[in-house]
Unconditional design. Structure first.
Lengths: 260, 334
């Protein structure tokens, strides 16, 4: 399926965020177009995760706005964000450790469950049918991520790379239009990184999901992103297609002396 | 790992040995020992009921709800007074609805405003709720001792007469309490494990932020959890109240349940149940069998072990295994 990049679906405008006296983000603006893979990169401590948490509603910025599908917000509420079709994964795994892989992914269907508490408890009529539907949707995601063998395993027992996949699976279960990925490749070996890249590209390609991706591994990001924002010490120092960003002197300087 | 478990294993082993030791003692009738054991288990079930309320709320919101005991008293008062006007089942339904309304008010007026505050702040808030509920309960329902008539005869049941000489005596209301508690625990387990709402509750318990990111509304979850804890309090209040009468001292059983939670672990439902049973049995056994020995050996005035046994055991647990038997280990990230 050919992927055509559409209009701006999400934009942040002049966002500033500080914790006490520490400035995490200063005057950050960029936009995300529909169906694109948009990366936010930068050295450690550049403010990437803070940026994601502003979009996700975990942090409230002191200044600036977020515009989502033409509606402007000065503060995003996590529940509203989920309702409006934005899903996310976490840098440090935030899976429901005691639950199985299947239950974790099923929990991503939470917003789509309509039947009331009593019917759920009794598992009759529409509730039963609904549960089965969600089960099927979850199984599709499990197949897609190639984790069929671990369906009934509590996620806490899985190796790290697979937990990252389950985290992605839970987000995908929401059938989001925008997917925020917080360092999906952090701590992975080369093979795991390649797998994860393939999944990200497939999600983008097959479901047309817009992807906002945070990563400090510059190499990986340059290969899969359409456009890249570069942050350093909470400021934006570069924005554009990978080739352009790579040639940007300030970006090169920020990354010199770090691991990349 | 194993070396860390060793002190706990030794401790539990000692408790187990201590439990069976009286049997080896000359002059202890097996039937009497069994009676004490069963009495302990029954008391343990009741402790577990109250401990369950603590665990539910702590798991879902990280709040140590000091008001759990006051909720037991309030629910029991509501049930007892309403039952004077209507059949018990209807009073039970109404009292349950009152506890749901209470949960909603607590979420609206207290929890929502205090979200993300320090644990101590929330603890103080629940302490405030506890005192308010105590007084408010008296204002509405009165401060006498009220009866809840569960329709159980006070005549004890004689069992196993063919096995032991004289058989063993069982209280009917104890048996009923154990049955009710078991049913409640089973229902809760089904609710948590098999329904989407239960799944959402477990999700919130595991990770707040991730739960929010998939669109689970925390405020709704809190209302549900406090409602369930209120319902558990109602059942506990009904059973305890049926046994002892509904009176102010009922809220003190919350203090009895505190060591149970320390023993079982603040985040574990099975922990609350097993902790309750251990403490129930331990208390009774030590009071009946250990106290006379101590009194004789040290020429003491009396027993009273029942009053401190649970707390001493909890203290020892805090030293060797602060997270409790089944609790999650708390790992601080540096």
């Amino acid at each position: 399926m050919a992927r055509t990049i559409g209009d701006v679906i999400l934009a942040v405008d002049a966002i500033s965020l500080s914790f006490g006296g520490v400035k995490a983000l200063t005057d950050i603006s960029f936009d995300v177009r529909e169906h694109e893979i948009r990366a936010i990169i930068g050295p450690n401590g550049a403010g990437k995760s803070s940026m994601l948490n502003v979009i996700n509603g975990v942090y409230t910025p002191q200044q600036g706005q977020v515009t989502l599908r033409g509606r402007t917000f000065s503060h995003m509420d996590p529940h509203e964000v989920a309702l409006s079709g934005i899903a996310r994964t976490f840098q440090s795994l935030a899976l429901f450790k005691g639950m199985t892989v299947l239950d974790n992914i099923m929990s991503g269907r939470n917003l789509r469950m309509k039947s009331n508490l009593l019917l759920q408890a009794l598992r009759v009529g529409p509730a039963e049918r609904e549960e089965n539907e969600h089960r099927r949707a979850s199984e599709r995601i499990i197949d897609f991520l190639e984790i069929q063998a671990y369906r009934k395993v509590p996620v806490g027992r899985l190796p790290y790379g697979l937990q990252k996949r389950v985290d992605l699976g839970r987000a995908l279960a929401m059938e989001p239009s925008i997917l925020l990925l917080d360092e999906p490749m952090a701590g992975m070996n080369t093979e795991e990184k390649q797998d994860m890249c393939r999944f990200i590209l497939d999600v983008n390609d097959e479901f047309g999901t817009t992807i906002v991706l945070i990563e400090h591994d510059m190499g990986v990001v340059m290969d899969i992103s359409d456009r890249v924002v570069v942050l350093d010490y909470g400021r934006k120092i570069g924005d554009g297609p990978p080739a352009e960003v790579r040639a940007n002197e300030e970006v090169v300087r920020a990354y010199l002396g770090t691991s990349h | 790992m194993t070396s860390k478990n060793l002190p706990v294993t030794i401790l539990l082993g000692l408790l187990a040995v201590g439990m069976f030791l009286p049997l080896a003692q000359a002059g202890t009738a097996t039937g009497f020992w069994l009676e004490v054991l069963i009495g302990g288990l029954m008391a343990g079930v009741l402790y577990a009921l109250v401990a369950l309320g603590f665990v539910l709320i702590f798991k879902a919101s990280g709040v140590f709800n000091f008001a759990q005991g006051a909720m037991v008293l309030f629910a029991a008062l509501a049930l007892a007074r309403l039952a004077e006007w209507m059949p018990l089942w209807l009073a039970f339904v109404l009292a349950a609805l009152i506890m749901v309304a209470f949960a909603w008010v607590v979420e609206r007026l207290v929890l929502r405003k205090l979200v993300n505050q320090e644990g101590v702040t929330l603890l103080m808030a629940t302490l405030g709720i506890a005192f308010f509920l105590d007084g408010f309960g008296q204002t509405i329902w009165g401060s006498d001792i009220y009866k809840i008539d569960l329709g159980i005869s006070k005549e004890p049941l004689l069992a196993l007469q063919s096995v032991f000489e004289g058989g063993i005596l069982l209280n009917r209301d104890d048996i009923l309490a154990a049955v009710i508690a078991t049913l409640l625990v089973l229902a809760l387990a089904l609710f948590f494990q098999k329904t989407p709402t239960g799944r959402a509750l477990r999700a919130v318990a595991d990770d707040h932020q991730a739960a929010q990111s998939i669109g689970i509304p925390l405020s709704t979850i809190w209302v549900i959890v406090w409602s369930v804890a209120g319902f558990v309090a109602l059942v506990a209040g009904m059973v305890w109240g049926g046994k002892l009468g509904v009176q102010f001292s009922l809220q003190e059983i919350a203090l009895r349940a505190l060591p149970v939670v320390i023993l079982g672990g603040f985040t574990s439902v099975p922990g609350a149940i097993i902790g309750g049973l251990i403490i129930g049995v331990g208390e009774k056994m030590s009071e009946v069998f250990l106290a006379p020995i101590l009194v004789k050996a040290f020429d003491l005035a009396g027993g009273g072990i029942e009053n401190w046994f649970a707390y001493v055991l909890a203290l020892v647990f805090l030293l060797v295994r602060p997270e409790g038997l089944f609790g999650e280990k708390h790992i601080d990230r540096v």
